[in-house]
Design a binder for this molecule. Sequence first.
Ligand SMILES: [Zn+2]
Length: 237
Amino acid sequence: MKLLSISKLLLALLLASLTFGCGGGGGGGDGSSTGTSADPAPSTVNSLTSTQVYDILNNDFDRGYYPEEIVYRWETPIWVYTAGDPEFETAVQKFEALTGGLVTFQIVDTFEELQAHGYGIAASIGTAVDWDGSPHPGNVSYVPGSPNSLFGYLTTGELDGISYVNLGAEGVDDSTVGWFPSAVAEHELGHALLGGGSHIENFNGDEGISGELLALVDTYYSTPIGTPLSQIVPVLP
Ligand SMILES: [Zn+2]
């Protein structure tokens, strides 16, 4: 077991949550439930250039999340606590299926198990807040219920600590906001997998796992942790 102490964690500093308070409202969707009831297959992505991949990673670097221009991601299998949330469970299953084994999860039954492990991703239900503190469909944070998007990491590039996927808030049901019920959960889990807050076209807030998001996740998880960003080769789903 990896022994963790807070001194081992280098916390990425938050620069304003410029684009992290996502999941509805802004971006490509209008926040209304206009999508189909069935989960759509991700759109086909015909091209994702190394420049595009570099740009989104470098954007997180520029925003102060990370000190070096290398790939920061989770070791797999990624330990995850779903809190029994059906939308989050769907998101987990879809990422595992759609990445064809690149992203695998070790699901634990209780949050305490994840805490004892020390690092991974936890769903936190009803704690999503926008950057101004108002209720929100979804966001990712290093502390549950915080608008601040922080990621713990080791200098070698492994993401570390617990990343919280906050879903829903008082008066805001994340399952009714996106294009389909699990869309917001998929988007926020996408951020947690990528360890960053940047967006690209078709990875904006409430569209679920798009071809673009899947291509980014596939690219990250077929690239060794710590690889210099300049050496990343995009992988298309
Ligand atoms: Zn987002």
